[in-house]
Design a protein around this ligand. Structure first.
Ligand SMILES: Nc1ncnc2c1ncn2[C@@H]1O[C@H](COP(=O)(O)OP(=O)(O)OP(=O)(O)O)[C@@H](O)[C@H]1O
Length: 320
């Protein structure tokens, strides 16, 4: 009964996450990730990107409470299966690349002993088979001498190489979905580009869906097919990347697009910012959470906010 006949890798409707004191952290958030697409999830720090992604892949901290009207991930209804089944399903079908990759790999354990674990846990393969598989994947992610790399300790590798190892680890179980949380934040711009091109080729060649979390709308514009913009725990706009960029509807999205740095900016010029900050508290209001920073706010925005959807382009705002 839990097998879903649907091509979408993720269907999420009305996600709500709160802390143990009942404070709302994420609310009314929905998204669909189609099979084989790169889906960008953007927003400022604290907007709920990581919590949303972690809800999907069963990694929410135990002290947080979540609910949703629908949550389908890689063909399974996550709201109807046991914790054990969820763990097995996610372990087999989803790879996670966390924000802080430096601490993700244990510095004192050889790569070969870290890369094999998840694969052995979720398949019936032994260590030898898993290392053979790892060699193939390491060359896919750009290592010319995978046998040598397997014998390295993480501290012997550069940041970009460690990130390639993390990507290889996420690929070991042939997942349907990879969640990459700010995967290039710690890298310099040349390595950043190489890593993003690697994600693109993985997506092209293996048809794996990628949930790309980033605060950088410019990066998401370049690499994603569709995207969702989050503000203060709420998805305020979503759609294909083309339609959101050609016709951004939400004032927050419009401002984010305006501040994407362009090549024309002189090095000495400061980057523009949106005045104000994302609110941490009071996220369960019926009104619009962006109203205090919104240049187009109206009185009604204090108590009400309207949902619009046309041809898969969604936005949540009282403007039409
Ligand atoms: N375990 C937790 N307990 C209580 N509040 C939390 C917890 N984890 C996150 N939060 C809060 O939930 C909100 C959303 O956090 P989240 O990490 O999802 O944001 P984000 O958009 O991923 O930001 P960043 O880019 O900084 O990681 C923030 O206000 C954060 O302080």
């Amino acid at each position: 009964m839990n097998e879903i006949i649907n091509d979408n890798t993720v269907i999420l409707k009305n996600l709500h996450v709160s802390d143990s004191k009942g404070n709302t952290l994420v609310s009314s958030s929905s998204m669909n990730i189609e099979k084989g697409e790169i889906f960008g999830l953007v927003g400022e720090s604290g907007s709920g990107k990581t919590l949303t992604a972690k809800s999907l892949i069963n990694l929410l901290p135990d002290d947080l409470i979540f609910s949703a009207d629908e949550m389908i991930v890689a063909g399974k209804n996550m709201l109807e299966i046991s914790t054990r089944e969820k763990k097995a399903h996610i372990g087999k079908n989803a790879g996670y690349i966390p924000q802080n990759t430096v601490f993700f790999l244990h510095p004192m354990i050889k790569i070969k002993n870290q890369i094999a674990d998840g694969f052995i846990d979720h398949t019936n393969n032994n260590k030898k088979e898993s290392l053979l598989k790892a060699e193939g994947i390491l060359s896919k992610v750009g290592f010319s001498n995978p046998k040598l790399v397997l014998n390295y300790y993480p501290w012997q590798l550069s940041g970009g190489m460690r990130q390639r190892i993390n990507i290889a680890m996420a690929l070991m179980n042939d997942p349907k979905l990879i969640v990459a949380d700010e995967p290039t934040t710690a890298l310099d711009s040349t390595v950043q580009k190489q890593v993003m091109e690697l994600f693109r080729s993985i997506n092209d060649e293996l048809n794996i869906s990628i949930l790309l979390i980033s605060h950088d709308l410019g990066l998401v514009k370049n690499y994603s097919h569709s995207l969702a913009v989050m503000y203060a725990g709420v998805v305020v706009e979503s759609g294909t990347t083309k339609s959101v960029f050609e016709n951004p509807k939400h004032p927050y999205t419009q401002l984010l697009i305006d501040i994407i740095p362009t090549m024309k900016i002189k090095k000495t010029e400061p980057l523009a910012e949106i005045p104000g900050y994302v609110q941490e508290k009071g996220r369960d209001t019926k009104g619009c959470l962006f109203r205090n920073r919104c240049p187009k706010a109206m009185e009604i925005c204090e108590t009400y906010v309207k949902d619009h959807e046309e041809d898969g382009h969604y936005f949540r705002c009282n403007l039409d």
